[in-house]
Design a protein around this ligand. Structure first.
Ligand code: AMP
Ligand code: GLY
Length: 470
């Protein structure tokens, strides 16, 4: 509670907040936090030209997101009352650990707790301990036994294939979904060829599951979890889920096939048991616990955990949140979410949302994902900022004359809001269509993957049953 007066705003939330990162997710965080009552200033490090153009936001472009010492110094010097860590890199680098030692409230887990994302083997271990259902599979240190399991899984009756996951952070490139054994052999060879000798598991081999995916992200304070609405990311580059995997080409929320009753059950059967397991291990998780799920015809199964908000999920979720975010993030950082929820009169583990649906369409640079080309001039940004549309910058830079140019793989996320998904989608499409740059790549089927009549709950609406898994 040190320096509470200097760092706490009139609403009990933090007056000065430091957002760490520079992408579209961090733009959405800064945009959202800077417009909340009680927040006097948002600092962003390094931030971006577009983030710095938001009212009440100041960027520190010379401070890298993984420069733990510089960020800790900046937070101290600037009297920051809360640090919100966007990407996984700084978490893995121990930024949250250093900030907590410095006495600065931090939304983002310790490096030890962030292993739930940074090691797929660790994630499976914790899920098993927590009784959370995952795909059948195992972690391996050597290629021989890994290949043997892949062979067994591919040979199973009606097997759709096998999934090979490199252990450790791979920037979304570590997972290969294989149709057959030769593909699995190639993926395993690639994992074991990369990187040098290191102890511990190198790869996870899993049965391939079939179903729609969903992201359910909860604010967590080590024990209590309060979930944002469910969202769905579109990971493949091209329409109809073709082409290579990307960081995410679009997202939408809510999900007609993941009703609130199921979301609430998932918080109880996935997030809370995982938080409890991490706490028992002495690594309480404070931050955004992201469950990546697949909705199979036998019920939901956990595919992965992330230790942060999703990108572009955050861009559709943050505009839909009906409560001020800053006090909730601070409560999570301080271990006080249960008290905050009671104070807000919340019943159950779901955060209230506005009546809006949201659809985000990502505009990506020429050459993405392999070799994104920088420097293309972006036109139509003014027209893109239409009524009920938001433009979050993921990878842009601004010339001295105000012209924005591409600078990164995913360039923009254009979000449409509307009374239902169809209306939100129309707004996103119209706004995205107004923006042009050379080599622009985008999908035209975001949020169009569900037939309108799909409103029934998927199988297993009682939550995610423990069992199977091993
Ligand atoms: P992950 O990082 O583990 O979520 O994997 C990235 C993507 O790979 C997921 O979003 C899924 O599309 C796919 N994936 C991962 N595990 C499986 C699995 N067991 N079955 C089918 N697809 C999977
Ligand atoms: N959109 C997926 C992720 O943030 O990991």
């Amino acid at each position: 509670m040190k320096a509470a007066n200097a760092t706490t705003g009139s609403t009990g939330g933090p007056a000065r907040i430091l957002v760490v990162g520079s992408g579209g997710r961090e733009h959405a965080l800064a945009w959202r936090l800077a417009r909340e009552a009680g927040v006097e200033r948002v600092l962003a490090a390094p931030g971006s030209d577009a983030i710095g153009a938001e009212p009440r936001v100041t960027c520190f472009p010379a401070v890298a997101a993984t420069d733990v010492a510089a960020l800790t110094g900046l937070a101290r010097r600037e009297g920051v009352g809360l640090v919100v860590i966007g990407p996984e890199g700084p978490l893995a680098a121990g930024l949250a650990d250093a900030l907590v030692v410095a006495g600065i409230p931090t939304f983002g887990p310790s490096a030890a707790a962030a292993r739930i994302e940074t090691s797929k083997a660790f994630c499976r271990e914790v899920a098993a301990e927590a009784g959370v259902r995952t795909a059948r599979g195992r972690a391996f240190e050597a290629p021989g036994p890994a290949l043997a399991l892949a062979r067994e899984l591919v040979a199973a009756p009606r097997s759709p294939g096998v999934v090979i996951k490199a252990d450790g952070l791979a920037g979304g490139k570590g997972v290969t979904v294989c149709d057959d054994l030769p593909a699995a052999e190639r993926a395993l060879a690639a994992v074991f060829a990369a990187g040098g000798e290191r102890p511990g598991p190198r790869v996870v081999v899993e049965e391939r599951l079939v179903g729609r995916e969903a992201s359910l992200i909860a604010l967590a304070d080590g024990q209590t979890a309060l979930a944002l609405p469910a969202a769905r990311d579109h990971k493949r580059l091209l329409d109809a889920d073709r082409g290579p995997n990307t960081g995410g080409m679009g997202a939408y929320s809510p999900l007609p096939d993941l009703p609130e009753s199921l979301a609430a059950a998932l918080v109880e059967t996935v997030h809370r048991p995982i938080l409890a397991a991490l706490a028992r291990r002495g690594s309480p998780f404070r931050g955004a616990l992201y469950a990546g799920l697949i909705l199979t015809d036998r019920g939901p199964v956990l595919l992965e955990c992330n230790a942060r908000f999703g990108d572009p999920e955050a861009q559709v979720l943050l505009p839909r949140l009906a409560l001020p975010l800053a006090p909730l993030l601070l409560a999570a950082a301080r271990g006080g979410l249960a008290g905050a929820a009671a104070g807000l009169g919340l019943h159950g583990p779901l955060l209230p949302t506005t009546d809006d649906a949201a659809v985000a369409v990502v505009l990506a640079a020429a050459g993405y994902p392999e070799a994104p080309r920088p420097g293309d001039r972006i036109d139509g940004l003014g027209a893109g900022a239409a009524r009920r549309a938001l433009v979050f910058h993921a990878g842009t830079g601004r010339d001295p004359d105000g012209t924005y140019r591409t600078r990164g793989g995913r360039v923009l996320a254009v979000v449409g809001l509307g009374h239902d998904l169809a209306a939100a989608r129309r707004r996103a499409e119209r706004a995205a269509g107004a923006i042009t740059f050379a080599g622009l790549q985008r999908r035209h089927d975001i949020a169009a993957d569900l037939p309108p009549e799909v409103t029934r709950a998927p199988a297993g609406a009682g939550g995610l049953a423990a069992g199977s898994g091993r």
